[in-house]
Design a protein around this ligand. Structure first.
Ligand code: IMP
Ligand code: MG
Length: 180
């Protein structure tokens, strides 16, 4: 599959992403106003660019931590089984926590991670996803904030990969297979 030739069609520009993050940062600041410390939890690896841009827009005392879950491997199909490959370094009991996800697709990843983090009794737990594919949802979940709703397309760029490639594109593009 990864060897099939494909091109990437631009879907969301770097400029639109930056503008949307700036707008969302104000909503997050309002939600967590007065917090002693906001623990911003990125889901590796797809959220690494988004979290980097997001925290730099947040005028709040912020700590950054990461969780890594098992991924799609080299296929474009979601696996329903979610495993934690890397857990948080810090304790979140009584803390304000913002989980940062790249894409909510079937929703199984976010559902599983939120269940785990909620069991640690944070003070307030909220979620933000850069992209949402509502038509693909299987788990009963949605992020508190979403950057952009997108159709059922496989996308790459801005941290998001196809078989570990294309994470370094500054925009979001959709994969279009060519030939054969
Ligand atoms: P879910 O558990 O089905 O919601 O999948 C969530 C994860 O699948 C995301 O965090 C992404 O890492 C990955 N994913 C979902 N859709 C895409 C896509 O279009 N391109 C690349 N990765 C995707
Ligand atoms: Mg991911």
């Amino acid at each position: 599959m990864p060897d099939r030739p494909y091109v990437i069609d631009k879907l969301i520009s770097a400029k639109s992403i930056a503008a949307r993050i700036e707008a969302l940062s104000h909503e997050i600041e309002a939600e967590f106003a007065g917090t002693q410390k906001l623990v911003v939890v990125g889901l590796l690896r797809g959220s690494f660019v988004f979290i980097a841009d997001l925290v730099r827009e947040l005028d709040l005392p912020v700590e950054v931590d990461f969780v890594e879950t098992s991924s799609y491997g080299n296929s474009t199909e979601s696996s329903r089984e979610v495993r934690i490959l890397k857990d948080l370094r810090g304790d979140i009991e009584g803390r304000d926590v913002l989980v940062v996800e790249d894409i909510v697709d079937t929703g199984h990843t976010l559902f599983h991670v939120l269940g785990l983090l909620n069991s640690r009794r944070p003070h307030k737990l909220r979620t933000i996803a850069l992209l949402d594919k509502p038509s693909r949802r299987e788990a009963d979940i949605c992020a508190d904030w979403t950057g952009f709703e997108i159709p059922d397309e496989f996308v790459v760029g801005y941290g998001i990969d196809f078989a570990q490639r294309n994470r370094n594109l500054p925009y979001i593009g959709k994969v279009r297979f060519t030939g054969e």
